[in-house]
Every structure is written in C-alpha cells, then in structure tokens.
Design a protein around this ligand. Structure first.
Ligand code: ZN
Length: 81
C-alpha cells in the first residue's frame, strides 16, 4: 500500500480524471474529475479503479428516473419527421 495510482487523464465511465485535488481520504487520493454532464466531481482513486464510481451521480439519477417512467408506463413521445 501507499502507492499512488496516477489516474490523471484517464476515463472511467463518464468521468475524466483531470487532476489530483490534493485531498486525501483514508490515505486515498481524491481526484478531480470532469463528468460528461458538465459537472465536476471529487472521487476517490480506489472507487474509480474498482469501477464503483463512473459518474458524478447523474447516471444513477437518470437510471432511477427511467425506472419511474417504466412504473408509470410512460413512453417517450415519438416524433415523426
Ligand atoms: Zn454527471
């Protein structure tokens, strides 16, 4: 242990690692990540490597929104061009 993975410039799901925040939590590096949705998230290096965190949280909220729609039986409007 004690080895810092350099995740700089790597992509994990929707997150692109841009820099080391300088913060450490439980000896883990907190990385500054840009999410595809435009938000910035601070994510633990080990969560990224383990695949536990792949977005700023937007992915999960989208998923639960999808579930809600399924429950209500809503279908997206189809547009005829
Ligand atoms: Zn996001």
């Amino acid at each position: 242990m004690g080895v810092i993975n350099d995740l700089h410039g790597k992509r994990f799901g929707r997150l692109l690692v841009v820099s080391d925040s300088g913060e450490r939590r439980d000896a883990c590096v907190m990385w500054v990540c840009y999410c595809d949705c435009g938000k910035v998230a601070l994510v633990r290096g080990n969560s990224l490597v383990a695949g536990l965190t792949q977005s700023c949280g937007c992915y999960l909220s989208e998923k639960s929104a999808d579930k809600k729609n399924e429950k209500n039986g809503n279908k997206e409007t189809e547009w005829t061009i």
